[in-house]
Design a protein around this ligand. Structure first.
Ligand code: 39A
Length: 212
């Protein structure tokens, strides 16, 4: 099997029906705020560990910027322990919540107004985390790429210099063929949702086919 662009890859993955339609955008969540937490908590750990931390936060009803910004550090650390790097991640999330309140006031305003540059200026937020927040929480037109994406494309003979080059390759084929793809969804899909589902399909495929 060979692919010429990311449109071919998308079609290949789409045929495998890897995504459960419970979540339209693939990323599981109760609300957009939980996606912000998940995007940081998932750094350097498995998603199953993140699920445990998110459940702990749900039980404690920690579900807003204000609650994170004013949380007792020890309580927060215990809640997010399953995700690892508990001290670092708790401090980073608290600092992020405070900065969002300072610069955007509300989470809704943050989602509407934030850009990639602002996110990349925050401690502990690199391109992958920034794009996860932009794509899944803010519903902006960015596609997340990650080590799964790199590994999958290597199997098809593609190598990329850096994150941005890989992202541009993935986004280009989808953008160029948007009309053809949208037709497959009865024209009821946004570019943001396509990017979100494409990333989800890649992760689910790689989890089912870890060795190629
Ligand atoms: N690595 C991951 C994931 N694996 C994931 N899910 C499964 C659902 N999410 C949302 C983010 N990163």
């Amino acid at each position: 099997m060979s692919i010429s662009n990311s449109y071919d890859l998308f079609l290949f993955l789409k045929e495998q029906n890897l995504i459960d339609d419970k979540y339209e955008y693939w990323w599981p969540n109760n609300d957009a705020f939980e996606i912000l937490l998940g995007a940081i908590l998932t750094q350097n750990t498995k998603w199953t560990n993140v699920e445990m931390s998110l459940e702990n936060l749900r039980v404690l009803n920690i579900n807003s910027l204000e609650k994170i910004a004013n949380i007792d550090l020890e309580t927060f650390i215990i809640a997010i322990t399953p995700s690892g790097f508990k001290n670092q991640k708790s401090r980073r999330l608290i600092a992020l919540a405070k900065n969002i309140i300072k610069d955007f006031e509300t989470f809704e305003n943050f989602c509407l107004k934030v850009d990639r540059t602002w996110l990349l200026e925050q401690k502990g937020i690199g391109p992958e985390t920034a794009d996860a927040i932009l794509c899944y929480a803010c519903r902006q037109d960015y596609m997340v790429v990650d080590s799964y994406t790199n590994k999958l494309l290597k199997r098809f003979g593609y190598e990329f210099e850096d994150y941005e080059q890989l992202q541009a390759w993935c986004e280009f084929g989808i953008n160029e063929n948007y009309d053809k793809i949208a037709k497959l969804y009865n024209y009821d899909i946004s570019l943001n949702k396509l990017y979100a589902r494409f990333h989800g399909k890649i992760i689910e495929y790689m989890k089912c086919n870890p060795k190629g």
